[in-house]
Ligand binder design. Structure first.
Ligand SMILES: Cc1cc2nc3c(=O)[nH]c(=O)nc-3n(C[C@H](O)[C@H](O)[C@H](O)COP(=O)(O)OP(=O)(O)OC[C@H]3O[C@@H](n4cnc5c(N)ncnc54)[C@H](O)[C@@H]3O)c2cc1C
Length: 481
């Protein structure tokens, strides 16, 4: 009997951290038989991530968990301010007022164990998902399943089996992470800013984050001469934070040293083995985007696995995960590394020269909106390969609610109505957006990235022939003559 014949599930996920748990929810919702394993029984109690963006909230929506998650996280319309040692603002990552392009606030702050609890509880909705906690996967050969996805973090076992090539993007720096529980009635706590501060002080770079509720986080760069073993001692780190709070103002939840890395792996697939999340990329957290990138991997992978298992699409579709996602994640890591160079400058003369560069005023920037690399999209410049926004429909629902896990055609009703195929047709939805981009309609993939755009129906339908030819995906039938 071959392994495929022996397979007891469609997909085995190694690692039930945030990325694995989200992937299992997405696959569970699509009706696939999933086994998910984690060596630990309990959710990791020490949070690492504190922020996710509006696109990730939209992915939670597609997992049917957005409302539950929105109830326990903090939406922020404030940006991230890079401030020098004298308190002058050098750069600002803009905030977004109200719902952003994804139909949700653009930035969310959270306590990671609470988010992970919701993701894990979400799995109980699916009899087709079996959760194996306290189960360390010792070898991928032990997994009788059609596909294995390594969501097993930075020291991934699955990555070793894939044999990926490690590409070092240059930044490796230890930082101390201090999480505090603060009394909201305390005047010093009330005086803390709501926005995130990146303190670009050459004497001691730091990050200060309002996580939400009573939680605040300080991330403090280790300087030459620091003893990492002693830095977690309250007597050592409290004086570093004295300008904001002291030990009488807050309780310590934890203090731990992490080394921030900037690394990508080349080779995300070998046969039935695939990678997602920290197993295939790691970024310094200066943009709060490491987990977010892993969540995007999960969304990219989930609809492709579902199309293969449920609709008989070609499994070459899985080769497009790396070709699409690697350039995308690379853009975020490169920006985080550049921001790290601004923040982590400890040479006083170089820091003064840096500050002079921003003398004319603070530089404003947004998250990048990279195009997916080549893969399951037509070969054309953006907006093809970028994520389509999520407007509200006239009936008040968010657009994705009307689409589910399908392809969709949006834009000018004259083109959308009469499109031949089994895509969801949404006439006049996103029409303004299309006009602004000088197109009339767009075909969206199930992960809402734009597969093709066009000025007439024939152009769009011709584009879908590639889907059938390359991947066996039937989202449109050829036009009648
Ligand atoms: C200080 C800090 C701050 C950060 N802040 C942010 C932020 O604000 N926003 C953001 O988006 N990202 C942030 N990140 C990055 C983010 O924490 C990670 O990208 C994210 O946790 C990766 O999730 P993952 O599921 O891929 O891997 P992990 O969270 O590492 O999960 C891997 C899981 O696999 C399990 N496992 C491993 N091997 C096996 C095996 N052989 N068998 C069974 N189970 C196994 C582990 O037990 C673990 O549960 C931050 C990181 C740090 C260090």
């Amino acid at each position: 009997m071959t392994r495929a014949e022996r397979a007891t599930s469609d997909v085995a996920i190694v690692g039930c951290g945030p990325v694995g748990a989200l992937l299992a929810n997405l696959l569970g919702r699509a009706g696939l038989a999933v086994d998910i394993y984690d060596r630990e029984r309990e959710i990791h109690p020490l949070p690492r991530a504190v922020h996710f963006d509006g696109e990730v909230m939209r992915i939670f929506q597609s997992a049917g968990l957005a409302e539950k998650i929105a109830a326990v996280v903090r939406a922020s319309s404030r940006g991230m301010h890079f401030v020098n040692g004298e308190g002058r603002t050098l750069m600002i990552r803009r905030g977004i007022d109200g719902p952003g392009p994804h139909g949700w606030a653009g930035n969310w702050y959270f306590h990671q164990p609470i988010l992970e609890r919701i993701l894990r509880n979400g799995l109980a909705r699916f009899p087709n998902v079996r959760v194996h906690l306290g189960h360390e996967v010792a070898s991928v050969d032990d997994l009788d399943t059609r596909y294995v996805v390594g969501c097993d973090g930075a020291r991934s076992l699955v990555r070793q089996a894939v044999g990926s090539r490690h590409v070092d993007l240059g930044l490796h720096q230890p930082w101390l992470v201090v999480d505090l529980l603060c009394d909201p009635a305390n005047p010093r706590v009330q005086a803390l800013p709501d926005h995130t501060i990146q303190l670009c002080d050459p004497a001691r770079p730091m990050t200060v984050v309002n996580v939400g509720g009573e939680r605040r986080r300080w991330e403090i760069m280790l300087m030459p001469g620091d003893d990492p073993a002693r830095l977690t001692e309250p007597a050592i780190f409290w004086p570093m934070m004295a300008r904001w709070l002291g030990p009488d103002d807050a309780r310590l939840e934890r203090a731990a040293v992490y080394t921030f890395h900037s690394v990508v792996q080349e080779g995300w697939r070998k046969g039935r083995l695939l990678l997602a999340g920290d197993s295939c990329h790691q970024t310094p957290p200066f943009l709060g985007q490491g987990m977010c990138s892993g969540m995007r991997d999960a969304a990219n992978l989930a609809w492709k696995l579902a199309a293969i298992v449920k609709e008989g699409a070609s499994d070459t579709l899985l080769d497009t995960c790396e070709s699409e996602r690697l350039p995308h994640v690379h853009t975020f890591i490169e920006l985080a590394v550049r921001l790290g160079a601004v923040l982590q400058e400890t040479d006083r003369a170089a820091a003064a020269a840096r500050d002079r560069r921003f003398e004319a005023g603070a530089e404003m920037f947004d998250y990048p909106q990279p195009q997916l690399g080549p893969g399951c999209r037509i070969d054309a410049p953006p907006p093809v390969g970028t994520v389509f926004p999520q407007p509200r429909l006239p009936d008040g629902r968010l657009m994705d609610e009307a689409i589910g896990q399908r392809f969709a055609v949006v834009g000018d009703a004259d083109i959308v109505v009469g499109f031949h195929g089994d895509a969801v047709l949404l006439p006049d939805v996103g029409r303004d957006w299309c006009e602004r981009h000088n197109i009339r309609a767009a075909i969206l993939r199930p992960d809402r990235y734009i597969y093709a755009v066009g000025r007439d129906r024939q152009e769009l339908e011709a584009a879908t022939l590639g889907l059938a030819r390359s991947f066996g995906l039937a989202c449109s039938r050829p036009s009648r003559p």
